[in-house]
Design a protein around this ligand. Structure first.
Ligand code: FAD
Ligand code: SF4
Ligand code: SF4
Length: 296
């Protein structure tokens, strides 16, 4: 016999004062919920999260042999732990529980009373069907790998990497371009304060390069991710740069001598596919290849 065959569901519908009751026909929902399969009790209460509301559920769990619980009230973010606690206190597995949000997702956002009640009815029906399929989960603690992978070393990736590395995490920062910095490395000033972009970004780029907890992988791309939360394995492909990064000083001489180098004559700035600016540039003023510059 499966848990589904023995399940006895209790449905509790909250008025939340007038928050729910002014838009949703709570007594009609109670009557309807009582007709749903496996439901042995359906009740309403003014404030289900209050002590008397919790006590009402607790007493019914023992009295009616309720094995699965549905509470139609507010956001799970707010009170899912509350009602799981009620189950736990009564010796029922706290995961045999489904919350229905008929406040934020129904009464607060639906003007029409009939439509609000109909929506709440559908949500309660779905919750009753779903809770019957829940497994009695058990909490367990397992060791996790706390290392962090950040993909993309623009200002966002750099800032995240520094924050996490300062907090003691080992950070693997993967950037597909040869240099970190992203878009901000190509700006003169940043809107809206018109602060000097390089003055903000460059010290952070240097910190990333020197931080003992940051493993920088520039000119690299993530090829595969496997595993699960706390135990991921990531395959990163480092592209061939033909440069020994331990010895390179960044002098730029190889760029000057590179036969594959193309010297742009026009700077084309794009957002996505849209061109938002063009300026002519002198070849001599182009010691390094900026990523946003294309030949035209
Ligand atoms: C022309 C222009 C002007 C702007 N002006 C301003 C401004 O004045 N003020 C302002 O506040 N904002 C401005 N912005 C927006 C600003 O650029 C962005 O908000 C900011 O730079 C975004 O930073 P980011 O780190 O999120 O992304 P990005 O700077 O885009 O960095 C993303 C990084 O991820 C890398 N990356 C992407 N995909 C992968 C991958 N699969 N694997 C590895 N690496 C990857 C990229 O190479 C890049 O280095 C402007 C944007 C543009 C395009
Ligand atoms: S359980 Fe949620 S909806 Fe019910 S009274 Fe408490 S806060 Fe309001
Ligand atoms: S020439 Fe300069 S920039 Fe090029 S690899 Fe050698 S040290 Fe680095």
């Amino acid at each position: 016999m499966s848990a589904n065959d023995t399940c006895r569901i209790g449905v509790y519908i909250c008025h939340c004062g007038l928050n729910i009751a002014s838009k949703v026909d709570v007594p009609a929902l109670e009557k309807y919920a009582a007709t749903l399969p496996k439901v042995v009790v359906a009740k309403t209460y003014k404030f289900m999260c209050s002590d008397p509301g919790q006590q009402l559920i607790k007493e019914d769990l023992a009295k009616h042999g309720i094995t699965h619980l549905v509470v139609a009230s507010c956001s799970p973010l707010m009170h899912e732990p509350t009602f799981r606690g009620v189950l736990q206190d009564a010796g029922v597995n706290p995961y045999l529980y489904q919350m229905v949000n008929i406040r934020e997702q129904v009464s607060w956002v639906t003007k029409d009373l009939d439509r609000a009640t109909q929506k709440a009815r559908l949500l309660i029906t779905a919750a009753v069907r779903r809770v019957a399929l829940h497994d009695a989960l058990q909490r367990a603690s397992v060791p996790v790998n706390p290392n962090v992978l950040i993909v993309g070393a623009g200002i966002a990736g750099i800032a995240a990497a520094l924050t996490l590395a300062d907090a003691g995490k080992q950070v693997y920062l993967v950037e597909r371009d040869p240099s970190i910095g992203g878009h901000m490395a190509q700006f003169d000033k940043t809107f809206p304060t018109l602060d000097c972009a390089a003055c903000i970004l460059t010290p952070k780029m240097t910190q990333v390069g020197k931080h003992k907890n940051i493993h920088l992988m520039a000119y690299s791309e993530v090829e595969a991710v496997s595993g699960f939360i706390g135990n991921f394995t990531v395959k990163v492909r480092r592209k061939a740069s033909y440069v020994d990064t331990d010895k390179c000083t960044g002098c730029g001489t190889c760029w000057e001598a590179c036969p594959g180098r193309r010297i742009p004559t026009t700077r084309v700035i794009r957002i996505g596919k849209q061109v938002i600016g063009r300026t002519r540039v002198a070849a001599a003023a182009q010691p390094n290849p900026p990523a946003l510059v294309t030949q035209s």
